[in-house]
Design a protein around this ligand. Structure first.
Ligand code: AN0
Ligand code: CP
Length: 338
């Protein structure tokens, strides 16, 4: 694996889930694989889970790890080609990338969407420059449009917590719900979640009984069909929640599909949208659903205290599975090093 951005990059999902179980049972099984190999983790944006879990994953594999916070101590980087560099940006990404590549074997990138230019974001401009100029395998730690390490951890979590339903021969109903937030957020998490759930929807593609996947959001927040192709969209949140086994909450800003003029914007004042906050009212119509969120989460905005604190809340085991998804991915990347 030389690039990890989309679900297809991982190949067979049943195999990937089996590998996740193997690693969870013995995290250090492949500790020799990464000896004298170095992972460089480059952060253009803040992170708690990705930063810690990816470092831990690299250490599980015996790798050395270097973390670079571009905005805390490095030179400010220009990312656009052709500009006269007279601003506060001292260095161009086109020099910085090959330099970074010279110190490591594998590179992870966190670079969020700017949310001003849809074309630039959806072309994965920054990530693709790392692929092109670093000379190293590159993996996404949330890029402009995707967060595959999160979606893989989410799939592992859903597989683990749906054994009873699978054993009963029933498809697992998963609902992705938009929820309010005061600031414009990227679409990377819901894009990847939808892409991975659709890849797992057919029986035996990942889970034995498959996944029945539904997306619910207010009008205007339609995600890019590249990621949601084939998914059911239900604008009535209560209807979408009926009989759900897992509820996955997330805010995202306008993806610019049905409202191209409003890309990256919050469409309504969040105070008018608080009935979308996941509360006991919606959870009551589910089939005792597990509550999921990638974190960080704003309480009583995305989800009420009572739902996130309930025994059905899976946010902590979900976050813990980030170590597992990252270990599987880094192991695969080590395997393909020459
Ligand atoms: C980011 C997002 O919504 O993409 C990171 C989530 C993992 N969240 C925030 O910026 C709050
Ligand atoms: N879920 C997630 O990626 O969290 P961080 O932004 O803290 O890394």
């Amino acid at each position: 694996m030389n690039s990890f951005l989309n679900v297809e990059d991982l190949g067979d999902l049943q195999q990937a889930l089996a590998e996740a179980t193997e690693i969870k049972n013995d995290r250090f099984k492949y500790v020799e694989k990464g000896r004298n190999k170095t992972a460089l983790l480059v952060f253009f944006n803040n992170s708690l889970r990705t930063r810690l879990s990816t470092q831990k994953a690299a250490q599980n594999l015996g790798m050395n790890v270097i973390v670079l916070d571009v905005n805390a101590g490095a030179w400010k980087l220009e990312t656009e080609r052709g500009v006269i560099m007279d601003s506060d940006k001292s260095e161009h990404l086109l020099e910085a990338i090959p330099v970074m590549g010279s110190y490591c074997d594998i590179i992870g990138i966190r670079s969020f969407a700017g949310l001003t230019n849809r074309e630039y974001d959806y072309a994965e401009t920054v990530y693709n420059q790392f692929v092109k100029y670093s000379g190293r395998p590159v993996f996404a730690m949330e890029t402009a449009t995707v967060h595959p390490l999160q979606a893989f951890a989410d799939l592992i979590t859903i597989n683990e917590y749906s054994k009873k339903i699978q054993n009963a021969g029933r498809p697992v109903k998963v609902v992705l719900t938009w929820a309010p937030h005061p600031k414009p957020l990227p679409q990377a998490v819901p894009n990847s979640f939808a892409q991975w759930m659709m890849a797992a929807s057919k029986p035996a593609s990942a889970l034995q009984t498959g996944i029945d996947f539904v997306i619910t959001h207010p009008e205007g927040y339609e995600l890019d069909p590249v990621f949601t192709k084939g998914a059911r969209i239900e604008y009535d949140q209560m209807k979408a929640f009926e009989g759900a086994h897992f509820v996955y909450a997330k805010n995202w800003s306008c993806p610019g599909i049905s409202r191209p003029d409003a890309y990256g914007r919050v469409l309504n004042d969040y105070q008018e949208m608080l009935d979308w906050t996941v509360s006991d009212r919606q959870m009551a119509v589910t089939d005792n659903a597990g509550f999921m969120h990638c974190l960080p989460v704003r309480r009583n905005m995305i989800v009420t205290d009572s739902v996130i604190e309930a025994p059905t809340s899976l946010v902590i085991p979900e976050a813990a599975n980030r170590e597992i998804s990252a270990t599987v991915v880094l192991k695969r990347m080590l395997d393909s090093l020459k």
